[in-house]
Design a protein around this ligand. Structure first.
Ligand code: ATR
Length: 280
């Protein structure tokens, strides 16, 4: 699928986008695989999204990732959205097909599950109740992945209960929507807790949660990666819990993108991870 006669092109469309670490690790992969190509940040305001996506094919792009605020809108523009992206309600990756049409999927779910498995070998989704905090796009990808991995009980806590109920209704199965006030007690007996809100991200206040009820052997995960250790993760680590930040999710969601664009599944190596960590 790679073309020795063509300079390979991919990128990430976002607004803003210059903070994105994606060009760094995708360009590492071009180098590592000895391929002539590049991955560029594409600063696309919402009103130009349709034109930009339609421009991928004539410009010779293999595809692109889409990030905030384009993940939902992209679904309406492209020609084909797969069942996974449709279920999650957001597209994270667009591929230009041979006939020039655009197809979209969501790799965030894979990125999250793959990072847990890689960083915590032996992890099982069915080891005990899982508390997920937040009910936005990130949460939907995480909940979908956890449910698909066999989670038996997902306690979904969100500031706006209605949004948690919508996720529970859409995915059904093990997901139980709970009001925001219950977030501290919901940790009782949990095997894992995941923050999918933006709380704790640089410039945002910390996630307001007491970890007193969280069992000491539970895994605490955050999908935030700037900073690498949010106040939530720091508090969990200090009381002895295992932790996982959001960088692994970001790096791993790039692997199926490469598979779709270039037919190669690149590795998330410790060297790659360290290189990106040094910039955060
Ligand atoms: P994303 O697609 O990145 O997940 P989103 O759809 O805007 O972003 O979702 C952000 C999540 O963070 C939501 O769960 C949101 O809660 P609401 O559904 O109540 O808006 C949560 N969130 C944002 N600010 C918050 C705050 N100050 N306290 C608690 N939760 C917050």
């Amino acid at each position: 699928m790679t073309h020795p006669d063509r300079f390979l092109l991919a990128g990430v469309m976002g607004w803003p986008v210059m903070h994105s670490r994606s060009p760094m690790f995708h360009n590492y992969w071009f180098k590592q695989h000895g391929l002539a190509g590049t991955y560029v940040p594409l600063a696309i305001p919402p009103e130009r999204l349709a034109g930009a996506l339609r421009g991928l094919h004539p410009l010779g792009f293999s595809g692109c990732n889409v990030t905030i605020p384009h993940k939902q809108e992209t679904m309406k523009i492209i020609d084909h959205v797969d069942d996974l992206a449709r279920a999650i309600g957001a597209v994270s990756c667009v591929t230009v097909r041979a006939d020039g049409s655009l197809s979209g999927t969501n790799n965030d779910c894979y990125g999250f599950i793959q990072s847990v498995k890689a960083e915590h070998p032996g992890w099982r989704a069915d080891a005990g109740p899982i508390v997920v905090i937040g009910a936005g796009g990130g949460s939907r990808a995480v909940c979908y992945g956890l449910a698909r991995e066999g989670a038996k009980e997902i306690r979904l806590v969100n500031r706006t209960l209605r949004r948690a109920q919508e996720v529970a209704h859409a995915f059904g199965g093990p997901i139980q929507a709970l009001p925001w006030e219950t977030r501290h007690d919901a940790l009782d007996g949990a095997a894992m807790v995941v923050n999918t809100t933006s709380m704790g991200m640089v410039g945002q206040p910390p996630l307001d949660i007491s970890l007193d009820r969280l069992p000491k052997n539970a895994l605490a995960a955050d999908i935030v990666y700037i900073p690498l250790e949010t106040p939530f993760l720091a508090a969990a680590r200090k009381r002895g819990n295992r932790t996982m930040n959001g960088l692994g999710m970001l790096l791993n969601q790039g692997r199926p993108a490469w598979k779709a664009w270039f037919g190669i599944e690149p590795e998330v190596t410790p060297e790659l991870r360290a290189m990106v960590e040094r910039t955060i």
